[in-house]
Write a protein that binds this ligand. Sequence first.
Ligand SMILES: NC(=O)c1ccc[n+]([C@@H]2O[C@H](COP(=O)([O-])OP(=O)(O)OC[C@H]3O[C@@H](n4cnc5c(N)ncnc54)[C@H](OP(=O)(O)O)[C@@H]3O)[C@@H](O)[C@H]2O)c1
Length: 232
Amino acid sequence: MKKVIVIGATSGIGRETAKLLLKNGYRVGVTGRRINLLNELQHEFGQLCVAKEMDITHFENTILGLAVLVKELGGLDLLILSSGTGEINQELNFNIEKSTCQTNVMGFTNIVDWTINYFIAQQSGHLVVISSIAGLLGSKDAPAYNASKAYQINYAEAMRQKVRSLKLPISITDIRPGFVNTDMAKGDGKFWVATVEKAGTQIIKAINAKRKVVYVTKRWRLIAIVLRIINR
Ligand SMILES: NC(=O)c1ccc[n+]([C@@H]2O[C@H](COP(=O)([O-])OP(=O)(O)OC[C@H]3O[C@@H](n4cnc5c(N)ncnc54)[C@H](OP(=O)(O)O)[C@@H]3O)[C@@H](O)[C@H]2O)c1
């Protein structure tokens, strides 16, 4: 039975992905700060699901929590990193930018480094990060959010280079959503907003195919191509 950890399974994309894996019989460790929402999943799926309260900006506790989860799950084959935050910040309030960087940059790096080191020692594994199409361009309205997503995209690429150079069968999948109907989808002028169900289904397909980079939903790839041309 495959063992999975989903970081940020209390709501939105992470929760939907965790549910789809649980429905398919995977053993899933679910994390986030809102433990009551994790306990709901545990009640629904019983022993397949292990809940662990985790704030990814508490770096040392996160590593301790991951080690405990892996022990309780009996191993780790796949880790999905969905936790993220971002606010509209037209006032350039540093506290908002700081909080975004602590979660999306420092918290992200802490977990990715731990996971890759774990998979290198194990000589196998699959890391999935949920970045964003927002990482392909800067934003005057949410500077730290878009910049942090560019960092995640670049970091995932760096990890792919690292495992390739070690010639190890470790996969890295970078999921880049457009708009998905969750609390994170902020601001006006949203379009092509996907349901979490549709996003979750496409993410599971991408994981099963061990894809490197995937736009969710698929049509966002067109926007990525346009952005690449504009940015030249
Ligand atoms: N929705 C979109 O349109 C969209 C588009 C592109 C990319 N994304 C990305 O998709 C990912 C998931 O977001 P979502 O759309 O599913 O929104 P969401 O429903 O708000 O989910 C955010 C998740 O991040 C977790 N989280 C936030 N801060 C955390 C912290 N300090 N420690 C641990 N967990 C934390 C939340 O859990 P707790 O609050 O319980 O801790 C929650 O599970 C994010 O990385 C986001 O940037 C979303």
